[in-house]
Design a binder for this molecule. Sequence first.
Ligand code: HEC
Length: 101
Amino acid sequence: MKKDFKYIAMIGLLVSLAPGLALAQTKGDAKAGKAKYDANCVGCHGSGGKGDGPAAAALNPKPGDFTNAKAMKSLSDKFLFDIIKEGGSVAEKISDHGGFR
Ligand code: HEC
């Protein structure tokens, strides 16, 4: 009987944690993302994502402004995913955007 209770309590705990875990997954990990962004992207895209990193001055075309919702909305999620993952092969304007796998 005591064993049964433990078993039921364990299932209850899992059920109560599951939505939290699912939510964490759909929300992503902003902290880990910022660390990766700071390490790999900030030089060109700038610390605030405005496309004004120190290396951006020498680039043509310039990196876009991530905070410009209108401009970013015009790009599909697939394009954004692909340019980050695969790099310049999917970019229309530049071919040297590194891929970050
Ligand atoms: C060497 C400089 C450089 C680095 C490093 C870099 N990018 Fe870019 N990125 C650019 C440039 C330039 C463009 C504009 C490409 C175009 O318009 O064809 C761009 C375009 C993009 C775009 C498409 C939207 C836009 O701005 O036009 C996304 C999204 C993006 N980069 C994400 C990232 C992420 C995430 C990282 C780091 C993992 C990163 N980039 C690293 C230079 C860079």
